[in-house]
Design a protein around this ligand. Structure first.
Ligand code: ADP
Length: 466
């Protein structure tokens, strides 16, 4: 049993479908046919019984309508009228009480044995029994013909009834087989039609596994049903996977490329020390300084890369007091750049932003330190916090060197630097703003930039309220 179960389980989806539909139709048809057949058989048999009893009644009626002086001989000579009452298959015999046959109407079958019990002679009995080899209804009844009294025996063969049943059974079987064949072929065709896109999907997956994302065959299934939805989902999932896979590859390529530069610089300076540094303390000290600077930049880059790669869960309950966060970041930066001037405006009723304090501090730190670092003048930063009903708008405006229009769309890209030589000198990695953008996307906030060269840059941060 378990083996059969396992075998059915291992069948292909198409075979399972066809088998299930075939079996269901066959079982339903068989049940309906059996019920119908039994009902029909009972009804036909009852009809045959009624026919036999009707003939007995007709014959009895005929005898009763005869003159009371009629003799057996007279009737023997005139059986034609009685024959008309019977149908061709039936046979009627009249016996006297000694069992001697006195009248016979039709002679289709031989006489049947008399009932065993004597009391049965005095009532009308009908029994289904075998006469010779034929199934028949046999009726026994006491009759009175003039002064004569005897026993009438009617044999009503069931040959036509059995022939009819056989015919019905054959028809049921033939129609059933035809219906089964038809339903199995239809379900096979349907299974084939519906499973084809799934097979295509499986093959497509195998292809993608073997040959990568470039191997994506088109599906020609157009219907807007569950399978259509599945294929659309698969396609969009594959596209997303491909985009994320390409992004990841790009990320690794960019990161390795960016890390190679400081390593090369350090390598160059170490060789310099090896060759001349022992004798020239000035070269030694300068090479060591540059190497250390590069190591610090590399460390910063690695930390920032890790921050970008780390996809932490969004804290849905996070709340931050942006005024407080800005105050702390300002103090932090003031330690490093004591010459910075901060101006701060607050408008509206204070509310809390849906972001963690760390994330908000990170965004502010990146933007504020850029305003200080990319600045040729005495750095002056204007801050404004505007509380509205729908959002908190924070504007950070610096008096720095500004960003030209052609660079502006790319400053949030990873490793993008407007002026590489200058950024390297400043110690930038090109990752600060991309980290800010990543955090902004995570907490569903927006960052807008306006800038003009030599006239400073404004970052407008929109923290929507829940
Ligand atoms: P980095 O970490 O190197 O500073 P960012 O992603 O923070 O990188 O910035 C990308 C580039 O955008 C910088 O190299 C710089 O040229 C430019 N930039 C960013 N902010 C400012 C600003 N306030 N003023 C002028 N240039 C800026």
């Amino acid at each position: 049993m378990k083996k059969l179960q396992q075998m059915i389980l291992n069948l292909s989806l198409k075979a399972k479908w066809t088998l299930t539909v075939g079996a269901t139709i066959f079982i339903s048809y068989a049940i309906i046919s059996i019920v119908l057949f039994i009902a029909l058989q009972t009804w036909l048999l009852h009809n045959e019984e009624k026919n036999a009893m009707r003939t007995v009644d007709d014959i009895t009626g005929f005898f009763e309508s005869q003159d009371s002086t009629v003799t057996i001989q007279q009737l023997q000579n005139n059986t034609a009228l009685m024959k008309a009452i019977l149908n061709q298959e039936q046979t009627v015999r009249i016996f006297n009480f000694d069992g001697v046959e006195v009248i016979r109407i039709n002679d289709v079958m031989r006489a049947a044995p008399f009932p065993q019990k004597t009391e049965d002679y005095f009532t009308t009995t009908i029994k289904q029994q075998k006469v010779e080899t034929t199934d028949a209804f046999v009726v026994h009844k006491i009759v009175k013909i003039g002064p004569f009294q005897g026993i009438m025996q009617l044999i009503h063969p069931l040959t036509a009834f059995h022939a009819m049943l056989k015919y019905i059974l054959t028809t049921i079987i033939i129609v059933g087989l035809g219906a089964l064949l038809f339903s199995v072929s239809i379900s096979y065709y349907l299974a084939n039609y519906l499973i084809k896109p799934l097979v295509q999907l499986r093959d497509a997956m195998i292809d993608v596994r073997k040959r990568g994302f470039s191997a994506q065959p088109p599906f020609n299934y157009q219907a807007d049903d569950e399978i259509g939805d599945l294929l659309t989902m698969y396609r969009s999932m594959m596209n997303e996977l491909e985009i994320s896979f390409t992004k990841q590859q790009q990320f690794v390529a960019d990161a390795s490329h960016e890390l190679r530069t400081p390593i090369q610089v350090i390598e160059g300076h170490l060789s310099l020390i090896k060759r001349w540094g022992k004798d020239d303390p000035e070269v030694f000290s300068e090479a060591l300084d540059t190497s250390l600077k590069e190591i610090v930049r590399m460390k910063k880059m690695i930390e920032e890369l890790l921050q970008l790669a780390r996809r932490e869960e969004v804290d849905g309950n996070a709340m931050a007091d942006l005024e407080l966060v800005l105050k702390n970041v300002k103090q932090e930066l003031f330690q490093l750049h004591p010459n910075v001037q901060f101006e701060c405006d607050v408008i509206g009723q204070k509310s809390l932003a849906s972001i963690t304090e760390q994330a908000a501090a990170q965004i502010f730190r990146n933007i504020l330190s850029n305003g200080i670092r990319y600045n040729d003048k005495e750095p002056k930063i204007q801050l404004s916090i505007h509380y509205t009903e729908l959002a908190i708008i924070v504007t950070i405006r610096d008096n720095g060197m500004g960003i030209s229009e052609k660079h502006l769309p790319y400053i949030f890209d990873r490793f993008y630097r407007v002026d590489e030589a200058r950024t390297n000198h400043i110690g930038g990695t090109g990752l600060g703003l991309s980290i800010s953008k990543m955090l902004a996307e995570k907490y569903q906030m927006e960052i807008e930039v306006k800038s003009s060269v030599n006239d400073g840059t404004s970052f407008i941060l929109n923290f929507p309220l829940k």
